[in-house]
Design a protein around this ligand. Structure first.
Ligand code: TXA
Ligand code: MG
Length: 349
């Protein structure tokens, strides 16, 4: 067990970075803030360090890690990048975009879980970039949560899941976007989005002329299917409460939600309705959790994981969530909430 130290980057940027550098050089783990979610980082060139990530998270060995770089030049040492892919990286890096590319031999099979591709991302946050630059090592980092629980968007969430399992958490406040990066396979003729995120499918299509979206973004994998992105086969983001996503005409969604909520109360459950501020009026007298205002989906995304964590802390047993349109960031939110719900989608006419 470690006596986990937490350093606030706003007040102690320099000491935070230099302690992280020392730890990364010594094959230890460091939790870093990024613009998407917190990452649990280790030297991607050290199998020993990377092994510690899987152990601390309780992550299945067949789920590959994203490798974080500080530049396209560093990415080129790790993967084969043609001119077209390079243009994409120039457009979206630094930022919430992970490119799946054919890996070079220097990248260990432990990082890629035996795949011949590697997911690469250049994040925006200064601390992680600085640690990569000073160590010269790319940093392998999955989200810094226990496997299966919602990704951490605040240092507190990392503490809840991993306290004692790593020596250092860098606290950079609340993450800007709140959902993990867009994972896009650039080894295909047409770029294939494996996990939607802040760089939307529409943006990729505009930029590259075409895009495909993995059908598993919104549907469960069938047991015999081979996942294009191994992370998609695992149950994800699940609070202990049962989550229901309800889709249909607004009036019917409201009616069904209220009916189920009232039945829950009679059955001794503790239900809560996630909704936009302006929609609380439809659920009068019932407990709601405000997701954001003015139908702003970015706000829903930013606080989604935090809200999912808080319902467990507050002892809610059932959560109702109205399905969002799947355009833009709506797809990223639906991809996460539908997994949190164990694919419990209720269609109401
Ligand atoms: O925003 C993010 O991407 C955060 C921050 C820390 O950068 N990281 C993150 O990592 O979300 P993780 O491990 O929680 O999710 C990585 C996803 C998994 O679904 C994994 O299967 C997929 O990316 N992935 C990684 N490498 C891949 C590859 N070579 N081919 C296909 N999918 C890959
Ligand atoms: Mg994750």
């Amino acid at each position: 067990m470690y006596n986990t130290k937490i350093i606030d980057l706003k007040e102690n940027f320099e000491s935070g970075v230099s302690e992280a550098v020392t730890l990364i050089m010594n094959d230890e783990l460091v939790a870093f803030p990024t613009e998407t979610v917190y990452g649990l980082g280790a030297n991607a060139f050290s199998d020993k360090a990377v092994g510690r990530i899987f152990k601390a998270k309780g992550r299945p060995q067949d789920n590959p890690l994203i490798v974080h770089v500080d530049s396209i030049e560093m990415a080129e040492k790790l993967a084969y990048i043609n001119d077209e892919a390079k243009k994409v990286l120039e457009e979206y890096w630094p930022g919430p975009f992970t490119a799946v590319l054919k890996k070079k031999d220097i990248v260990s099979d432990i990082v890629t879980a035996g795949l011949d591709s590697v997911g690469l991302r250049m994040p925006k946050n200064k601390a992680m970039l600085e640690v990569i630059k000073r160590t010269g090592f790319p940093i392998a980092a999955p989200s810094a949560n226990k496997s299966g629980s919602p990704s951490p968007t605040e240092a507190d969430h990392v503490e809840t899941d991993l306290l004692g399992l790593l020596p250092l958490i860098l606290d950079g406040g609340t993450c800007e976007y709140g959902v993990e990066s867009t994972v896009c396979d650039l080894t295909k003729k047409v770029p294939l989005v494996l996990r939607p995120g802040r760089v939307t499918c529409e943006q990729i299509k505009d930029f590259m002329g075409a895009v495909e979206v993995s059908p598993n973004v919104l549907t469960p994998l069938m047991s015999e299917e081979i996942p294009s992105s191994p992370g998609m086969k695992y149950k994800h983001y699940s609070p202990h409460a049962d989550v229901f996503v309800i889709k249909g005409e607004k009036n019917h969604v409201i009616e069904s939600t209220n009916k189920m909520y009232d039945e829950d109360l009679q059955n001794g459950e503790k239900p809560i309705i996630f909704c936009f501020k302006e929609d609380t009026r439809f659920f009068k007298g019932r407990k709601t959790m405000i997701q954001g205002e003015n139908q702003n989906v970015d706000e829903v995304a930013k606080y989604l994981f935090k809200n999912l964590r808080s319902i467990d802390n507050d002892g809610y047993t059932r959560v109702y969530f109205e399905a969002l349109p799947t355009s833009g960031m709506g797809l990223a939110v639906m991809n996460r909430i539908i997994r949190a719900a164990g694919f419990n989608l209720l269609l109401v006419k």
